[in-house]
Design a protein around this ligand. Structure first.
Ligand code: FES
Length: 150
């Protein structure tokens, strides 16, 4: 089946079974490998992208459900001021350790700042709860989000 998507502001047509997870379309069909596979069952957050005005786990989001929806991936993060501020804060705070989960962390953080420009610690804890970091970079993630919000 052909599905027309809008990814990072660019229209693309993909040929895939409607049930194919968006994650595999991004990585295998479109070569956009910034979005990571972690658990594959919607629990770790490594595959987080934006669909419309919310975060989405691309590993459990069927591509057939996305016709004419706007998708933002880590490759499009720098397209707006919030994304650029987060990238700079991530670098300034030396956030990543192994780095594997960080694209998903950044996408969740970007959605948080879109909806809550000056988040409290509690806001950050709630918004980032679904993003697991096995290296335990949570304190640096929190600091970077606060810095990007300034
Ligand atoms: Fe999608 Fe873990 S890979 S939530």
């Amino acid at each position: 089946m052909t599905t027309q998507l809008e990814i990072n502001g660019r229209r693309v047509r993909v040929e895939a079974d409607a049930e194919t997870p968006l994650l595999w379309v991004l990585r295998e069909e479109l070569g956009m490998t910034g979005t990571k596979y972690g658990c594959g069952v919607g629990l770790c957050g490594a595959c987080t992208v934006h669909v419309g005005n919310g975060p989405a786990r691309s590993c459990i989001t069927p591509v057939g459900a996305l016709a004419r929806q706007q998708v933002r991936t880590i490759e499009g993060l720098e397209q707006d001021r919030i994304g650029r501020a987060l990238q700079a804060a991530w670098v300034a705070n030396d956030v990543p350790q192994c780095g594997y989960c960080q694209c998903g962390q950044l996408m969740s953080a970007a959605m948080l700042l879109r909806t809550t420009p000056r988040p409290s610690d509690a806001d950050i804890t709630e918004a980032m709860a679904g993003n697991v970091c096995r290296c335990g970079t949570y304190d640096r993630i929190r600091a970077a989000i606060h810095e990007a919000a300034r």
